[in-house]
Ligand binder design. Structure first.
Ligand code: AMP
Ligand code: DBH
Length: 549
C-alpha cells in the first residue's frame, strides 16, 4: 500500500475571541464533545437500532445498525491511517447518498482528520481546487453515480495536482484504492481533539472567483446540531428521509443526518430526490421527516394529487436553501398532511427555523427565527446603520456557531466580516414584530438557483478564459420553478462563438453543471459611465434590469 505524503498543517483560522468562547462555554452551548467521539458514544447507547438505510455503491439496499456503522467506520479509519491520513489532514469527500457516505464520514472524524464536503455535482474545476487549496491527503469517491464515472475525474485530478491525494473508491476501484480493502484493517483509535479545534471544512456558495471553505469547530457545530434536533422534535423514533445531497449543510446539520444520528433515530438515504422515489420510501420506511429545497417541495406538491402512496407517517416537511413562496408554502399542510417548517440557514453558521407550534401565518410567511438566544442579528442600511423593525436591510450576524472567518482567506475576511466579528450574510431581510426573519432579497453577487448557489465572478472568470470573450457578467433571471436561473451577458471579439459552444467550453473546463449559464446573451459592449467602467455590481444590476423588461 502506498503511504501518502506528509501534508501541510491546517492553516490558522480566525478564532472566537476568548471572552465569547468563555460565554458560550458557560452557557452550556459549547461542550467537550468531539466528532470523533460522536458515533462510538451513540453506538454504545443504540447498538442494535437501525442508524442508516440506503443503497450502497453497488446499488444494493442496506440497513445498518449503529453498531455496524461504528464498526465499519473504525476499520475504514484504520485503512485510511495506513494510507497516511492522520489527525488534522484534509479528506475531500465526494459521495452520493449511499451508506458508505456515513461510514467514511465517521471514519475521517475518528482519525481527527477533516472532511472537505464536496458535492456530487462538482467537477475538475471545483475538486482540483479543493484538493490543492486544502492540500488534501485523500479523495473519496463512488465509482459511478448518475451516469458519471468519478474515476475519470480522479484520474484528471491526480494528473493535474502536484501533491495528489490518495484516491479511495466505493465500488469498482480500477487502479485506485478500493474502499472495501480499507475495511479489513484493525480499528483505529479515536483521535483526541480539543472541541474548540476545526472539525471539517464546509463549502460556501460563495461570491468570489474561487470557492470559499468554511472552518467549523466541533463545539460550535455540535451545539447547532443538538439544538436543531431539539427545536425540530427529533428523537430516537425519528425516521428522516435525506433526498438532498447528503453533504450539503442543510441535510447534514439542520438537524439533518447528524441531528438524527445524535438522537438515535434512523436516516434513510434516497437515491434520487424525485417524488416517486421519495413517496415510495415514505410509505415503506415510515418516514416522519424530510428536508427539501423549494423546487423539490413544489414537485412533491404537484405529484401528490396523482400518487396513491400513504404519506400519513410524514409529520414535518422542512423547506429551505432558497425563498419558499407563500403560495406554495400554504399548500403543504392541506395537500401533504404535515407541518411545514421553513429553514433559512447558511453553512457559515446562523440557522433560523419556524417552530413546530408556530401559527400557520408565521410558518407560511416567514423564514423563522434563530436557533440560539445568543445569535446576534443586526439589520443595517447601506451605510451600516441599524434600520427600524420591519424595514428591510442587510443581515449581519454573530453567535455561538457562526464562523469568524473563512479558511485561509484573510483578504476576503476583511470585507466579509465587520471589525467586531459580524458575518455579512449578503441577504436582505426584515424582522417581524415577533422577531421572525423574512428574506426579501440579496445584495451579494450570487445566484440562488433553486437552492444551489452560484458565485457570479467564478463563472465570469471561466467565460473570460475563452479566446473570443472580451468580458462577461453573470446575473440572475427570475424563474417560475427554480426561483432564479443564470444569464451570462458576453462581449466577444472577432467571430462570436455560439451559445452552445460557450457552454461546452465551460463544461470542458470542469465547471459543475449547475453553474453553466442557462442563457447566454451576446452584447456589443457593456454600459460605461463618463469616467470609465461602472462597478461590477452596477453592471450586473443594469444588465439584470434589461432582462426583466
Ligand atoms: P451558503 O452561505 O452557501 O451556505 O448559502 C446560504 C444562503 O442561502 C443564505 O445566505 C441565503 O442567501 C440562502 N438561503 C438559505 N435558506 C434560505 C431561505 N429559506 N430563504 C431564502 N434564502 C435562503
Ligand atoms: O442554504 C443553505 O446553505 C442552508 C439552508 C438551510 C443551510 O446551510 C442550512 C439550512 O443549514
Amino acid at each position: 500500500m502506498t503511504i501518502g505524503l506528509a501534508r501541510t498543517p491546517l492553516a490558522a483560522t480566525p478564532r472566537y475571541p476568548e471572552e465569547f468562547a468563555e460565554r458560550y462555554r458557560a452557557a452550556g452551548y459549547w461542550t467537550d464533545e468531539t466528532f470523533g467521539q460522536f458515533l462510538p458514544a451513540r453506538a454504545a447507547d443504540f447498538a442494535e437500532r437501525t442508524a442508516v438505510v440506503g443503497n450502497d455503491a453497488t446499488g444494493t439496499l442496506r440497513r445498518l445498525t449503529y453498531g455496524e456503522v461504528d464498526d465499519a467506520a473504525s476499520r475504514i479509519a484504520g485503512g485510511l491511517a495506513q494510507l497516511g491520513v492522520g489527525k488534522g489532514d484534509r479528506v475531500v469527500l465526494q459521495l452520493p447518498n449511499i451508506v458508505e457516505y456515513v461510514e467514511v464520514l465517521f471514519a475521517v472524524f475518528r482519525l481527527g482528520a477533516l472532511p472537505v464536503f464536496a458535492l456530487p455535482a462538482h467537477r475538475a474545476s471545483e475538486i482540483g481546487y479543493f484538493c490543492r487549496f486544502s492540500d488534501a491527503a485523500a479523495y473519496v469517491i463512488a465509482a459511478e453515480h448518475g451516469g458519471f464515472d468519478y474515476r475519470v475525474l480522479a484520474r484528471q485530478i491526480t494528473a493535474e495536482t502536484e501533491r495528489p491525494p490518495a484516491v479511495v473508491v466505493a465500488g469498482d476501484a480500477e487502479e485506485f484504492v478500493p474502499l472495501a480493502s480499507l475495511r479489513e484493517n484493525d480499528p483505529a483509535p479515536i483521535a483526541e481533539n480539543g472541541a474548540d479545534t476545526v472539525a471539517f471544512l464546509q463549502l460556501s456558495g460563495g461570491t468570489t472567483g474561487t470557492p470559499k471553505l468554511i472552518p467549523r469547530t466541533h463545539a460550535d457545530y455540535l451545539y447547532s446540531v443538538r439544538e436543531s434536533a431539539t427545536i425540530c422534535g427529533v428523537d430516537a423514533d425519528t425516521r428522516m428521509l435525506v433526498a438532498l445531497p447528503a453533504a450539503h449543510n442543510f441535510p447534514m446539520s439542520s438537524p439533518g443526518i447528524l441531528g438524527v444520528l445524535h438522537s438515535g433515530g434512523t436516516v434513510v438515504l434516497a437515491p434520487d430526490p424525485s417524488p416517486d422515489t421519495a413517496f415510495a420510501l415514505i410509505e415503506s420506511e415510515g418516514i416522519t421527516m424530510a428536508s427539501l429545497v423549494p423546487p423539490l417541495a413544489q414537485a412533491w406538491l404537484s405529484a401528490r394529487a396523482r400518487s396513491e402512496r400513504d404519506l400519513s407517517s410524514l409529520a414535518v416537511l422542512q423547506v429551505g436553501g432558497a425563498k419558499f413562496p407563500a403560495e406554495a408554502a400554504k399548500r403543504v399542510r392541506p395537500e401533504l398532511g404535515c407541518t411545514l417548517q421553513q429553514v433559512f440557514g447558511m453553512a457559515e453558521g446562523l440557522v433560523n427555523y419556524t417552530r413546530l407550534d408556530d401559527d400557520e401565518d408565521t410558518v407560511v410567511t416567514t423564514q423563522g427565527r434563530p436557533i440560539s438566544p445568543d445569535d446576534e442579528i443586526r439589520i443595517v442600511d447601506d451605510a451600516g446603520d441599524p434600520v427600524p423593525v420591519g424595514t428591510p436591510g442587510h443581515l449581519l450576524t454573530r453567535g455561538p456557531y457562526t464562523i469568524r472567518g473563512y479558511y485561509n482567506a484573510p483578504e476576503h475576511n476583511s470585507t466579509a466580516f465587520t471589525a467586531d466579528g459580524f458575518y455579512r450574510t449578503g441577504d436582505i431581510v426584515r424582522l417581524t414584530d415577533h422577531g421572525y426573519i423574512v428574506v426579501e432579497g440579496r445584495a451579494k453577487d450570487q445566484i440562488n438557483r433553486g437552492g444551489e448557489k452560484i458565485a457570479a465572478e467564478e463563472v465570469e472568470n471561466h467565460l473570460i478564459a475563452h479566446p473570443a470573450v472580451l468580458d462577461a457578467a453573470v446575473v440572475s433571471m427570475p424563474d417560475k420553478y427554480l426561483g432564479e436561473r443564470t444569464c451570462a451577458f458576453v462581449v466577444t471579439e472577432g467571430e462570436a462563438p455560439k451559445a452552445l459552444a460557450l457552454k461546452t467550453f465551460l463544461r470542458e473546463r470542469g465547471l459543475a453543471d449547475y453553474k453553466i449559464p442557462d442563457k447566454v446573451q451576446f452584447v456589443d459592449a457593456f454600459p460605461v459611465t463618463g469616467v470609465g467602467k461602472i462597478s461590477r455590481n452596477e453592471l450586473r444590476r443594469a444588465l439584470a434590469a434589461t432582462l426583466e423588461n
